[in-house]
Design a protein around this ligand. Structure first.
Ligand SMILES: Cc1ncc(COP(=O)(O)O)c(C=O)c1O
Length: 393
C-alpha cells in the first residue's frame, strides 16, 4: 500500500538545515534557521520562562483535559494584552498549539463554509501559509508584496491585485516584522490598505508572530488593534513561540471577531475543528505565558529579556548597513537597517544565491532569506564581502 504514497515536497527551511549539515566545510555559516539565535547560534530559555515553569511544577494540581478552545483565562489575558480595549465579548477565542494550528483551524473553518471565500496572500510571505491552506482545502490567490531586487514593498501592485477580490474574501497579512522580507508597510500604507479592505468588504486576517521585535510587545499589537477597532468581522492569529522563546512548547491563539448572532455558531465550529484535528489545547506553553503575563515581576523580567533580543537584532541590522558603507560604500545593504525583525531577503538572483553558498559557505533559505539575528560581529564582514563578491560577477 505505501508504495502509493506520493513524494511530498520538503519545506525549504528544513532542506536548508540538511544542506548545511551536509556541507563538509568548517568555515560555513547557517542563516537559514527560523528562530531567534544569538551570535553563537544558541536559543537560550528565558529566565522568566524558567521561573514560570518552576512555579507551575509546584502549583499544578491536575493534568486533565482543557476545554476544546483551551483555558478562557489565558485567552482573556492574551486578548487584553494584545488587543487592548478592542478585546471583549464580541470575540471567539481559542488557545492553540502555536500559531500554525491557529492558522490551520481558521483555514479549515473558511474551507468548510458553504460558499468558501478566497484567501488573498502576499507574495512573498510566510512559507507555511500555502501548505496550511492547501491541506485545509482553502481557496487562495496571491498578490505581489515585495520586490527583493528593488528592496521595496510593491504596494500599488498589491492593491491592484486586490481589485480582483470579491466582497467576503479574506486578506491574510502579517502584523509586524514581516517574514521573510523584514519589510512592514508604513503607517500610511497600512491605513490606505484598511481603507481598501473596508470599501471592498474584504475581511482582514492578521497573523502576529514577532510581537516585541519591532518597537515592543504592546506597541507591536497596534496593527491588530487598528483592524479590530475598524472592522465588525476580523481574524487574529498569534504565536508566542518567538516572543517568549518557547518554540517547542506550542503557545498560540486564534481570535475571531464576529457579529453577535454568529458568535456561538463560530465558537461551535472552532471547537469541532479543534476536536477533529489537534483535539484539545496544549497546556504547558500557554500556562507559562499566562503565568508571566499575570505576575508583574515576571512580566517585567520577560519584557527586559524580550527587549534585549529586539535590541540585538536592531543593532546587527545597523551594523551591517554601516560596515557595508565603511568598507564598500555602495549602500547596497543599507535597506537592512530600515527593516525589522529576524528576517530579511538578500537582493540576489538565483545564481548569485547559489554562489553565496558554493563559494562563501553562507547558507540561506531558497529565495534569499537570512536570519539576521544569527550574525555575530565577525560574520557581518563575511556576509558583506560575500554579497559584494557574488553581485560583481
Ligand atoms: C509569520 C508566522 N506565522 C506563524 C508562525 C508559526 O509559529 P508557530 O511555530 O508558533 O506555529 C511563524 C513561525 O515561523 C511565522 O513566521
Amino acid at each position: 500500500m505505501f508504495e502509493k504514497v506520493e513524494d511530498y515536497p520538503v519545506d525549504p527551511i528544513m532542506i536548508g538545515a540538511d544542506y548545511f549539515a551536509q556541507d563538509p566545510r568548517t568555515d560555513k555559516l547557517n542563516l537559514t534557521v527560523g528562530i531567534y539565535q544569538d551570535e553563537h547560534g544558541q536559543t537560550p530559555v528565558l529566565q522568566a520562562v524558567k521561573e514560570a515553569e518552576r512555579r507551575l511544577v509546584e502549583t499544578q494540581t491536575t493534568k486533565s483535559y482543557l476545554a476544546l478552545t483551551g483555558d478562557a483565562e489565558y485567552c482573556t489575558v492574551l486578548g487584553q494584552e494584545v488587543l487592548g480595549g478592542t478585546f471583549g465579548s464580541d470575540w471567539v477565542a481559542a488557545q492553540t498549539s502555536g500559531g500554525a494550528v491557529a492558522l490551520r483551524v481558521m483555514a479549515d473553518l473558511l474551507a468548510q463554509m458553504p460558499e468558501p471565500p478566497t484567501v488573498w496572500l502576499q507574495t512573498p510571505t510566510y512559507g507555511n501559509y500555502i501548505p496550511i491552506l492547501t491541506a485545509a482545502g482553502t481557496r487562495f490567490m496571491q498578490v505581489p508584496y515585495y520586490d527583493p531586487i528593488g528592496r521595496k514593498i510593491t504596494f500599488d501592485q498589491m492593491l491592484d491585485g486586490l481589485a480582483n477580490a470579491r466582497s467576503g474574501d479574506v486578506f491574510l497579512m502579517q502584523g509586524v516584522c514581516h517574514n521573510p522580507t523584514g519589510a512592514d508597510m508604513t503607517p500610511e500604507q497600512f491605513a490606505a490598505l484598511l481603507e481598501v479592505l473596508e470599501e471592498r468588504g474584504i475581511i482582514p486576517w492578521i497573523d502576529l508572530a514577532y510581537l516585541g521585535f519591532d518597537q515592543g510587545f504592546e506597541a507591536d499589537g497596534s496593527a491588530a488593534r487598528q483592524i479590530a477597532e475598524r472592522f465588525r468581522e476580523c481574524i487574529v492569529c498569534i504565536t508566542l513561540s518567538k516572543s517568549f522563546g518557547i518554540y517547542r512548547d506550542r503557545a498560540g491563539a486564534l481570535f475571531v471577531k464576529t457579529r453577535k448572532d454568529d458568535r456561538s455558531r463560530v465558537h461551535r465550529a472552532v471547537s469541532a475543528i479543534v476536536r477533529s484535528g489537534a483535539s484539545h489545547a496544549p497546556d504547558h506553553g500557554p500556562s507559562v505565558v499566562r503565568t508571566i503575563l499575570q505576575d508583574q515581576e515576571l512580566k517585567a523580567l520577560w519584557l527586559l529579556e524580550l527587549d534585549r533580543m529586539r535590541a540585538r537584532v536592531a543593532q546587527v541590522r545597523a551594523q551591517i548597513a554601516q560596515t557595508e558603507m565603511d568598507d564598500f560604500g555602495t549602500g547596497n545593504l543599507a535597506y537592512l537597517a530600515g527593516q525589522r525583525g529576524m528576517f530579511s531577503l538578500l537582493p540576489l538572483t538565483e545564481s548569485q544565491e547559489t554562489a553565496l553558498t558554493r563559494d562563501h559557505g553562507i547558507h540561506v533559505v531558497k529565495g534569499g532569506r537570512v536570519n539576521v539575528a544569527r550574525l555575530g560581529s565577525e560574520d557581518i564582514g563575511w556576509l558583506i564581502r560575500a554579497v559584494q563578491a557574488v553581485t560583481q560577477t
